[in-house]
Ligand binder design. Sequence first.
Ligand SMILES: NC(=O)c1ccc[n+]([C@@H]2O[C@H](COP(=O)([O-])OP(=O)(O)OC[C@H]3O[C@@H](n4cnc5c(N)ncnc54)[C@H](O)[C@@H]3O)[C@@H](O)[C@H]2O)c1
Length: 245
Amino acid sequence: MNNKPIAIVTGAAKGIGKAICTRLVTDDYHVAAVDMDPEGGELLSELGQTNLEYHLMNICEEQKVKELFAALMERHGRIDAVINNAGIIRDNMIWNMSVDDFDAVINVNLKGTWLMCREAAIVMKAQKSGRIVNIASRAWLGNRGQSNYSASKAGVVALTRVLALELGKYNVSVNAVAPGLIDTPLTQMLDKEVLQQLINAQPSRSMGSPEDVANTVAFLAASQTRFITGQTIYVDGGKSIGANM
Ligand SMILES: NC(=O)c1ccc[n+]([C@@H]2O[C@H](COP(=O)([O-])OP(=O)(O)OC[C@H]3O[C@@H](n4cnc5c(N)ncnc54)[C@H](O)[C@@H]3O)[C@@H](O)[C@H]2O)c1
């Protein structure tokens, strides 16, 4: 059994997920880091062996998700925070987008998050406490070339609102964080020219850092913010304001 609060972070191996793990370990959580990257354990090794355990798995596999929660409950007896961060992009204009690219994005970003939320809800409802933080995206408001991704993240926002209603009376809060342009391996894959255009369209004229997102996640995961629920907090340098663009 562990005296520290227990948090699960998905998509933990790099980018925003790794920054969330780093922040939560610093805040004295015990973190169960989940990723499908076989090198994830190595990538997170600097965070130490005692405060972090690595689980190599795909959040889209229902049985694996169930086994994860069962194993953590057996080992720790409770789960205090679940941060659903794993996500992928497969961008294209809709006329060039394949069904495979639509399915892949919906499967990870929405169904995988839903599977994690369902197990979190079962555990947290029974223990009458918990925090769920889902990583959405500012793109849920609409982004050209992201009909699959924007729809998946709009689904995450709706899922968050529904779960806030369903779990409120069990002392479980559920919120979403909607990052804008953040400097991670995901955005480093973008064409340099496209990336510069995106930066120029930011009110901040800069990208956010993974730590900017991690700070907001840590705030929502903390017990002091228990009366905030069903909300989507933008961490996007003002892009969601939408004026003068
Ligand atoms: N980077 C941005 O600008 C940005 C903006 C808005 C929202 N987001 C969202 O933030 C989250 C993290 O993005 P990032 O930029 O750090 O991405 P990233 O690609 O750098 O890291 C994502 C991690 O998720 C893991 N992953 C992917 N599918 C998985 C699955 N099925 N099961 C388990 N692990 C899986 C990957 O292995 C990877 O380690 C995503 O949900 C993304 O949509 C990112």
